[in-house]
Design a protein. Structure first.
Length: 388
């Protein structure tokens, strides 16, 4: 490796590979600590330095925005759990430049989502356009998160305000992630610049990282996301309670995402996961094989996004068991009258009764149409991936 990184051709390839870009600030600092740094090609050193300082400047802007948001929410008595990069940059990486992110992910209690939105409104944040076209009230009550943005003429700051751990509603009901009270009950204080917030427990944080990579992201850009998993485990050894992790994983019914991500982290980074944890999280070999085959396609230097049809199959394979699958299908076809009223802006009791029949038919038709039109991979390669 020391010989390879002295070659300009090596860096030509690295600079063109999207999957490597968020890792470069960390690579810059690590290489600076070795005696190889002066022997690197000048163009490589300049490129790595530029990536590091660009990340540093942007992380400072996000930190300023986060401080203002947390202070304003605290004044209203609204508690916040920092999710994903917002928490990891503080707790795990030390230097936020090493953990690039494009937005801030904050979890509030479901009944405090509306008050939190009003606080951010006063700070100049407005609701982002919803590509799905759902009614605003529906997204606030059932969507699991709302995206707010503030453009000050210099930067666009985006805050994802979560009321649930993930925004994929059907998966929350296939698992037990709908129970956010269980997450809040075990949350830990987290000191951040300018104030205090909360973070998930070490075991719940690891579960969250795995679920986000597997479900909403469909294993997109796994190298950088699995680095979070690896560093988190190494940071908390030996304090990480593996028995409790297994218990929480089974409780939330997210065994498949956690197992696959831990296996991938071990394969790529030699992450120290005890054999006993794998034994307790075991799953049918045929399901693991199918999921790994789809996940491994995202390890290519320039992967193609998973197509809609393959994504449907992947998500079904990641549901833990038949009981969870049944709960998911029941909710998809029969979500309840409140859901139907807000989703379709129904005005009368007669419409509510009619949509008890029309909604299942509509879901079935949309599903069949999507499967007919979709491809297993998109035709265009990924040029840049978000790292949240």
């Amino acid at each position: 490796m020391a010989q390879a990184i002295r070659q300009e051709a090596f860096w030509d390839e690295v600079c063109r590979t999207p999957a490597f870009q968020p890792l470069l600030p960390l690579v810059y600092r690590r290489l600076q600590e070795t005696d190889v740094w002066p022997d690197l090609p000048i163009v490589a050193r300049d490129f790595l330095r530029e990536r590091y300082y660009s990340s540093l400047v942007w992380s400072d802007r996000l930190s300023e925005a986060l401080t203002a948001v947390l202070e304003s929410l605290a004044q209203e008595g609204i508690q916040v759990i920092l999710l994903k990069g917002a928490a990891l940059a503080v707790e795990l990486y030390g230097n936020a430049a090493f953990r690039p992110m494009v937005d801030l992910d904050l979890l509030v209690r479901p009944d405090e989502l509306s008050p939190a939105r009003r606080v951010l409104d006063r700070l100049g944040y407005c609701l982002s356009p919803n590509p799905a076209g759902h009614p605003e009230r529906f997204d606030e009550e059932f969507g699991g998160e709302v995206e707010l943005r503030r453009d000050d003429g210099q930067d666009l700051i985006v805050v994802d305000l979560h009321s649930h751990l993930i925004a994929i509603e059907w998966y929350r009901h296939a698992s037990r992630l709908q129970n956010v009270n269980a997450l809040w009950a075990d949350a830990c204080p987290l000191a951040v610049a300018g104030g205090e917030a909360w973070q998930l427990s070490p075991e719940d944080t690891l579960i969250s990282l795995c679920v986000h990579l597997a479900i909403p992201e469909a294993f997109a850009s796994p190298l950088r996301r699995l680095l979070d998993v690896d560093w988190w485990i190494r940071r908390h050894v030996p304090a990480l309670d593996w028995e409790r992790l297994v218990s929480r994983t089974k409780y939330f019914r997210v065994r498949m995402p956690v197992l696959i991500c831990l296996q991938m982290a071990c394969g790529i980074y030699e992450t120290p996961v005890p054999a006993e944890a794998f034994a307790h999280l075991r799953a049918p070999a045929w399901r693991l094989s199918l999921v790994r085959r789809m996940a491994n396609t995202q390890l290519e230097p320039t992967p193609l996004p998973v197509g809609r049809r393959a994504r449907y199959l992947l998500q079904l394979l990641l549901v833990d068991d038949v009981q969870s699958l049944a709960a998911m299908l029941k909710y998809i076809f029969f979500p309840g009258r409140r859901w139907l009223k807000l989703r379709y802006t129904l005005q009368s009791p007669a419409q509510s009764v009619a949509y008890l029949v029309l909604h299942p038919v509509r879901v079935l038709g949309l599903g069949l149409a999507s499967l007919w039109q979709a491809r297993f991979t998109e035709s265009e390669p990924i040029e840049e991936m978000r790292w949240n």
